[in-house]
Design a protein around this ligand. Structure first.
Ligand SMILES: C[S@@+](CC[C@H](N)C(=O)[O-])C[C@H]1O[C@@H](n2cnc3c(N)ncnc32)[C@H](O)[C@@H]1O
Length: 219
């Protein structure tokens, strides 16, 4: 809970990223990945765009569920790790791209059934997220799905207190080591609604700080 900000440190060591995230989140992140894959791939052959695929933990689940996938990330080391992980029989169903979300205008309008993103929106500024959400809306087909899991600010008072007590020192440590940080999403459903999405479900875990949100592109 909240210590997920430490993932920024793990990103500089992709070899240890997956094990680190499992331990940091006490298994909550792998569970959230499974929920995202289940919601994003509702039938085999669904065409999915994955934003910020990292080491490919979610990518692998999406491919296993039967997706045809384009996965991109701005960090070449993470992408290398993801390529190695998926190297094998699934190779023909996933295309990896070393790319940033700012380049999403390269994808054709209404060309994907679903867009998935794991722990990625919390690494973006609000204006970057607004741009990305506009692009997600553009590339999704009518009725297409956006499914994300990410760190969110809890809503209840006591959870907020615990969240701050853990997050402030963890965030400072991350800033000192990496010079960057993440921002827990304050109103993710509101941001998605304002971008033209209808919220289908929101599940929270880990003391209300990790959300899996499934939304549909309203027409
Ligand atoms: C915390 S990791 C999560 C990786 C993976 N999605 C997962 O759930 O395990 C966040 C990833 O998003 C990528 N990322 C963050 N902002 C991005 C952007 N604007 N464009 C592309 N990738 C981005 C980072 O490089 C990193 O690999």
């Amino acid at each position: 809970m909240s210590s997920i900000v430490l993932m920024r440190i793990l990103e500089s060591a992709p070899d240890r990223y997956d094990a680190g995230m499992r331990v940091l989140s006490l298994g909550a992140v792998p569970r959230a990945h499974r929920a995202v894959a289940a919601a994003a791939v509702w039938r085999p052959g669904v065409r999915v765009l994955e934003i910020g695929c990292g080491t490919g933990a979610l990518t692998e689940l999406l491919v296993d569920a039967g997706a045809e996938l384009v996965a991109f990330d701005q960090n070449p080391e993470m992408i290398d790790r993801a390529r190695k992980r998926l190297d094998g029989s699934a190779n023909d169903r996933v295309t990896f791209q070393d790319s940033t979300a700012a380049e999403m205008d390269r994808y054709t309008q209404q060309s994907f059934d679903a867009v998935a993103a794991g722990l990625c929106f919390s690494e973006m500024s609000a204006s970057e997220r607004a741009y990305v959400l506009r692009q997600v809306y553009r590339v999704l087909k009518d009725g297409g799905r956006l499914v994300i899991c990410d760190e969110v600010e809890p809503t209840s008072h006591w959870q907020k207190i615990v969240h701050l007590a853990v997050r402030i020192p963890a965030g400072l440590l991350t800033w000192v080591i990496t010079g960057t940080t993440t921002r827990a999403l304050v109103d993710p459903c509101g941001e998605l609604r304002r971008a033209g999405f209808r919220i289908c479900s929101e599940e929270r875990s880990w003391l209300g700080t990790l959300a899996v949100i499934a939304a549909e592109r309203a027409t």
